[in-house]
Design a protein around this ligand. Structure first.
Ligand SMILES: [Zn+2]
Length: 144
């Protein structure tokens, strides 16, 4: 219920809407679609935070808060992501996930290693590192 307030505090330019079809950021309208019931491959995402990103704050923050921060990260890092390269990466990922019999784990690793996903995750980690007390407090508010 405090979802909008939390986002306003972190990135006032972003509009948050409730979603029932997963979490994603719409760059056309600067709208964060937030689905409380489905993390963006949340378990894998958290594992990715711990392993690939060597993030030591994973357990300090509620998974919902990590999801929200990652989506905000898509907004905050949009300027350093090449949109054409990102489109190509996503198309390649879609083809790879259809054509090759890869395990979920491998596919999720591939997904979160795409440049735009990697950047969004890095942004979330940096934000938590730089605002640790606030992050913990907002995480608590968000989880209520
Ligand atoms: Zn993402």
């Amino acid at each position: 219920m405090f979802d909008k307030l939390v986002v306003k505090l972190i990135s006032p330019e972003i509009r948050l809407v409730k979603s029932f079809e997963g979490n994603f950021f719409d760059h056309e309208t600067d709208t964060l679609h937030f689905d409380r019931h489905e993390g963006e491959g949340l378990g894998w995402f958290l594992r990715n935070l711990e392993t690939a990103h060597e993030c030591q704050f994973v357990d300090d923050i509620d998974p919902l808060m990590w999801t929200l921060l990652h989506e905000i990260g898509h907004f905050e890092t949009a300027e350093i992501v090449d949109p054409e390269e990102d489109l190509a990466n996503r198309a390649l990922f879609a083809i790879t996930s259809k054509e090759q019999a890869r395990g979920d784990k491998e596919l999720q690793d591939l997904y979160f290693s795409m440049d735009s996903e990697w950047q969004a995750t890095e942004w979330a980690i940096d934000w938590v590192a730089n605002h640790h007390k606030l992050a913990v407090a907002l995480s608590w508010v968000l989880s209520k």
